[in-house]
Design a binder for this molecule. Structure first.
Ligand code: FE2
Length: 444
């Protein structure tokens, strides 16, 4: 299998000047452009939404540090705004790795040190809260959650006039079947009392067939309940798929967003390069959600790895659920095929083992390049192929790719590379011809 090397680690990559990141790309106007946040937008509610922290029992782990940094980041941001509140912290499950008591201790220690009394904690279980107990009795996971968190596992809270509904797994730690009547009743009650404002709901897995990752990791029962409450804005985790992927927001009968992770990324299960991208642990993403007195909502996403906002902002105008700017069909129309710009750079070199390395700068896209697919031919016969993820989730990385083509026999080769965006649109091919010499020098 081909391996992809981190370009940032190579002096060669550092010398490449044509660099692009998802954050720096212009957002091309498409059909039915989304609503924009008006300058007069003044929140009366602010909360952070995150998921999949995956704390171990180590209080000094990267995840514990990221969780603490997230809270401090939101307080620092809020202090600079006209509305200074940080009213709630929403955690959509998988706070822990296994549901261990020592892992909850770390979660609670971070909360004690960094969560201020004015911020309400809204938390539900994820599948990992049951993992340690499943082989004997998964319901033990629910009891440990209740004891360590000192709260019920499901919640319906009203904060600054907005309803929040959080639903944990049933005691099997895998389904919501025992919770569906409760969820339906609470959604109905919230819708009746909300006055047309959004109802914020959350559970660990995404509603199936909505956002990115939901086809692989979603739950099929939850969406039947959510469809009965069109004004709900639903948050979920579980997939660990990147938050700044344009497919991580979805609208249909309601609105759904994926919360990403503070621990490690995953991508498609059927991706040739594997479902863990190469820098999988460089992941720490969350949302800041704000709502005004009229029911307008602004959602922004933050990258803790590089301490900056992602270049995305969703404004969902009142009345909730009426205007649907983020239908899959519209997002797809807004995203033409990626383009390899004229300044694209590509070359080969030979590493210390004599492998041929193909190095190229990334393509441009309105949202993000999902992946690159390449074929290497010799005498018109395919001898190699590669397929690997784009780097749009890594704001710290130059957009440069290195494919290890292995020990190629001497000869003349042609490589053809296509960039594919998040809606499966392929770029025109980038074609490059190179020669492997019999007397090639290793490390050149
Ligand atoms: Fe998880």
């Amino acid at each position: 299998m081909l391996t992809i090397k981190t370009a940032a680690r190579t002096a060669l990559a550092k010398s490449v000047s044509a660099l692009y990141t998802a954050a720096s790309l212009p957002h091309r106007a498409g059909t039915a452009s989304p609503a924009k946040t008006p300058a007069t937008f003044l929140p009366v509610l602010r909360f952070a939404a995150c998921s999949d922290i995956h704390l171990s029992g180590d209080p000094d782990s990267a995840e514990a540090q990221r969780f603490a940094a997230m809270l401090e980041t939101v307080y620092a941001y809020a202090a600079q705004q006209a509305y200074t509140g940080f009213d709630a912290l929403l955690v959509a499950g998988d706070m822990t790795n296994c549901g261990g008591e020592e892992e909850y201790d770390v979660f609670n220690a971070v909360l004690k040190a960094h969560l201020r009394p004015e911020t309400q904690l809204l938390v539900v279980t994820g599948n990992h809260e049951y993992i340690r107990y499943r082989k004997v009795d998964a319901s033990q996971g629910s009891r440990v959650f209740a004891r360590k968190m000192q709260r019920a596992e499901d919640l319906h809270a009203v904060i600054n006039g907005y309803h929040f509904i959080g639903c944990s797994y049933s005691e099997d730690g895998r389904t919501f079947k025992a919770k569906l009547p409760w969820l339906a009743a609470e959604l109905k009650k919230a819708a009746a009392e909300s006055g047309g404002k959004p109802v914020f709901s959350f559970q660990h897995p995404a509603p199936w067939a909505t956002i990115y990752g939901s086809a692989d990791w979603g739950d099929a029962d939850v969406p039947r309940m959510l469809r009965k409450c069109p004004q709900t804005i639903n948050f979920s985790g579980h997939s660990h798929y990147p938050i700044n992927d344009p497919r991580s927001i979805w609208q249909g009968g309601y609105t759904a967003l994926g919360c990403g992770t503070l621990s490690y990324f995953e991508t498609e299960l059927d991706c040739f390069a594997g479902n863990f991208p190469y820098e999988t642990k460089q992941a720490a993403q969350f949302y800041v959600v704000e709502a005004d007195a009229q029911g307008n909502v602004r959602i922004r996403a933050y990258d803790l790895i590089t301490s900056q906002w992602f270049n995305l902002e969703y404004y969902l105008p009142a009345p909730a659920g009426k205007r649907q700017d983020y239908l899959y069909r519209l997002q797809k129309q807004r995203d033409p095929a990626p383009v390899f710009p004229p300044e694209t750079q590509i070359h080969t070199e030979t590493d210390a083992e004599g492998h041929t390395l193909l190095v190229f700068t990334g393509a441009k896209d309105a949202f993000a390049v999902d992946s690159y697919k390449g074929t290497v031919l010799r005498g018109g016969v395919p001898v190699q192929s590669f397929n690997f993820s784009g780097k749009y989730m890594y704001l710290f990385e130059p957009d440069v790719y290195t494919a290890d083509l292995g020990l190629l026999a001497p000869g003349n080769y042609t490589v053809t590379i296509h960039a594919m965006n998040c809606y499966a649109k392929l770029s025109k091919p980038l074609v490059f011809r190179f020669q492997v010499r019999a007397d090639r020098k290793k490390g050149s």
